[in-house]
Design a protein. Structure first.
Length: 420
């Protein structure tokens, strides 16, 4: 798939149209009060009255929370902010972010404005393929067993799809069977690769792994062990690219070219050093996780997949890299992105449904590209700060306004400090 055709090449599968967004560029949005922001959101994003009512309410009520988890005793709230200025594959996007960290939304919005000057983010997504793992133990002849499994692969895929009639009807289903030799004697691992369409797919894949385990073990003349998905969904990645003119990277006391050179140097440091790479990737996840949470997806699974992918060749590496090419700073990100636009928390959480609609994403692939763009934006923001004034100045300015003192305790207003 060409990177420029990512949105148009993924089939649409939604029950309602997303709101019509006039622009994600909303200057002065942070200066407004809560009620005024909601009014701007209604006007600029076409948010319907029901959605606006949901956002103005308490979010998740205790009765619904009790249905979602065991032993519920309360609802724990997070602020829901909007990442502004995002353009993804030529489309203006509002990015809902549920996060407690004061600087995350402002930093992502600021970086997206810089990226906007270079044309925005260009993204693509793999087909939504998740992988079921079935461990086979006590196999007497692994080579012969693997050969039998490969020979039977077409029949096994048919049997797998018979377990997933509703998914097959939606155009998904089991696509491939792979046999991996384990490091242990007498052990094989079978991978069933499944197109989950617009579902994240954990329940689908786990059901399939359990349903096929006995059949696979019988063919291998062994016993089955674990039967579950892998969160290293390296067949379900998003890739995001961007070009940022060096002129927009200027910071107080630093020319844009110097900042760009510093960002490239920081990227190379992360490529060379796993300790730096861990923090580099944390900066990416600062943008990724809040969108995953806001849209009711499994941020723990996305985190697990991201870090395993970063270490897939045996050395922990950065998920995004930056290079200065002429007068442009070019960034690239690649990471697994197992998210869905149907099922899961979306069935129950009213704010998650509204947040998903705000993104305008109509498929899991589109949502993954928005999330990946938020990750690359957050990475750019962090590296720009490190390459110029340091990470603490902007971070602490926003942190201080959240401290529970003075007007905040008495219910008065707290001075805002953000970016357009």
């Amino acid at each position: 798939m060409s990177i420029g055709s990512a949105f148009s090449s993924i089939p649409v599968d939604v029950s309602s149209e997303p709101p019509a967004l006039t622009s994600s560029r909303l200057p002065g949005f942070y200066k407004l009060g809560l009620q005024a922001r909601r009014m701007v959101l209604e006007a600029s994003a076409g948010v319907c009255l029901d959605d606006l009512t949901t956002l103005m309410g308490e979010g998740l009520d205790a009765v619904t929370a009790d249905k979602m988890v065991e032993n519920a005793v309360a609802v724990y709230g997070l602020p829901l902010g909007l990442g502004l200025n995002f353009v993804v594959n030529g489309r203006d996007v509002l990015v809902p972010m549920a996060v407690e960290e004061p600087s995350v939304v402002a930093a992502a919005s600021n970086a997206a404005l810089m990226v906007r000057a270079g044309g925005g983010f260009v993204a693509e997504a793999d087909e939504p393929v998740m992988t079921a793992q079935v461990e086979l133990l006590g196999v007497r002849d692994c080579l012969a067993a693997a050969a039998r499994l490969r020979e039977a692969a077409p029949r096994l895929l048919d049997e797998a799809n018979a377990l997933l009639p509703r998914l097959v009807a939606r155009g998904g289903g089991a696509r491939a069977l792979e046999i991996r030799q384990s490091g242990r004697v007498g052990c094989l691992v079978v991978h069933l690769h499944v197109d989950c369409r617009d579902a994240m797919g954990a329940n689908i894949v786990n059901t399939l792994a359990e349903g096929m385990a006995v059949r696979l073990a019988t063919l291998a003349e062994g016993d089955h062990g674990l039967r579950i998905l892998t969160n290293l969904c390296d067949r379900r990645c998003v890739r995001v690219q961007t070009r940022v003119p060096v002129e927009v990277l200027v910071a107080k006391g630093f020319e844009g070219l110097a900042v760009a050179e510093g960002i490239e140097a920081a990227s190379r440091f992360a490529e060379d050093d796993p300790y730096r790479a861990a923090t580099h990737n944390k900066g990416i996840m600062n943008g990724v996780d809040p969108v995953v949470i806001a849209t009711g997806n499994d941020w723990r699974g996305v985190e697990a997949g991201a870090h395993a992918f970063a270490a897939r060749d045996g050395r922990y590496r950065p998920l995004a890299t930056w290079r200065l090419r002429g007068r442009e700073l070019c960034g690239e990100l690649a990471m697994p992105m197992a998210v869905g636009t149907v099922g899961g928390t979306l069935r129950l959480h009213p704010v998650a449904r509204v947040a998903l609609r705000l993104t305008g994403a109509r498929t899991a692939g589109e949502l993954g590209m928005v999330i990946g763009s938020a990750g690359l934006a957050s990475n750019l923001a962090a590296l720009r700060a490190l390459a110029s004034e340091g990470i603490q100045r902007g971070h602490m300015a926003l942190h201080n306004r959240s401290l529970p003192h003075g007007a905040a305790i008495s219910g008065g207003s707290v001075p805002n400090s953000s970016v357009d």
